[in-house]
Design a protein around this ligand. Structure first.
Ligand code: PMP
Length: 285
């Protein structure tokens, strides 16, 4: 079945979903995006994704495409039209169509607004069962990683480097410390059961799943340390995992060929995944 895609005010079959070659998203990667997971036809952590979209738009002085309620309606409409039970909604706003110029176009230039869905077969994947192997690569991205921009070339290259090494994904490293994964936040569990993940700053994306998982962990009485950790500390950790709207909580079992803990998905990681999913599904809208 061909998907129905939303493009600038119209729901169209995917083959007809087009934007201009002069779109600033195409020419300058001048745009931001959000990915919201869908389970049982409902949106997970939606309010938080909208809040982050608003922040990304404001940081780049991008115009808002529409009000929050209308954006929620659009998500629901697209999920319904494509009969998505399990999957996600991708939403993107760019600075719109303008003559190619490094200076921003006039403020009244209409932003481009695109949404499409992707479905998936199952919440559980082979990666969740066996755990991910990650390779470390230098973090060569720009310095405003807190803004969720569509300029994803370096993370894409990092992922390909990991694949070239026979691994699943990359963890990026700056000044000796892990920043995050190519499209996820990175965590370790210490030998004394503390969950460690980098604190919020411009160095990482402020993951929506991260916020939810840390909340869940605190509620469960687990110890959380928001601080940077080195690759060496990660290699001697008891467990490791990643979080994102696509992967939820997914175990990491090796870093640069060194097994973490038992070399199998960790028990605390499994518990965090179950807790996160339970809470996210309970509060889905
Ligand atoms: N870090 C980066 C670099 C990402 O691209 C993503 C996913 N877009 C995340 C973290 C996870 O964020 P979220 O939990 O909001 O999906």
């Amino acid at each position: 079945m061909s998907r129905i895609v939303y493009v600038n005010g119209a729901f169209v079959p995917e083959a007809e979903a087009k934007v201009s070659v002069f779109d600033r998203g195409f020419l300058f990667a001048d745009g931001v995006y959000e990915v919201t997971a869908v389970i049982g036809g409902k949106l997970l952590d939606f309010a938080a994704h909208l809040t982050r979209l608003r922040r990304s738009l404001a940081e780049l002085r991008l115009a808002s495409p529409m009000e929050d309620g209308a954006i929620l309606d659009l998500h629901r409409e697209l999920v319904a039209r494509n009969a998505i039970d399990l999957g996600h909604v991708y939403m993107m706003v760019t600075r719109g169509e303008a003559d190619r110029d490094f200076a921003f176009p006039p403020e009244d230039t209409a932003p481009s607004f695109v949404l499409f869905t992707q479905s998936r077969k199952s919440i559980e994947t082979p990666e969740v069962e066996r755990g991910l192997k990650v390779a470390t690569v230098p973090d060569l991205r720009w310095a405003r990683r807190d803004i969720k921009t569509i300029q994803l070339l370096y993370p894409s290259m990092a992922k390909m480097e990991a694949r070239r090494q026979g691994m699943d994904d990359a963890w990026m490293v700056e000044d000796g410390f892990v920043t995050e994964g190519t499209s996820n936040n990175a965590y370790i569990v210490t030998q004394d059961d503390a969950i460690v993940t980098r604190s919020l700053s411009n160095a990482i994306l402020h993951g929506i799943t991260r916020a939810a998982v840390l909340r869940t962990a605190a509620e469960a009485g687990l110890r959380v340390e928001e601080r940077a950790f080195t690759v060496d500390e990660a290699k001697t950790a008891r467990e490791a995992f990643i979080t994102s709207a696509g992967a939820f909580v997914t175990p990491v079992v090796a870093i640069d060929g060194t097994g973490i803990g038992t070399g199998r998905p960790g028990e605390l990681t499994k518990r965090m995944r179950a807790h996160y999913l339970e809470e996210a599904i309970r509060t889905a809208i």
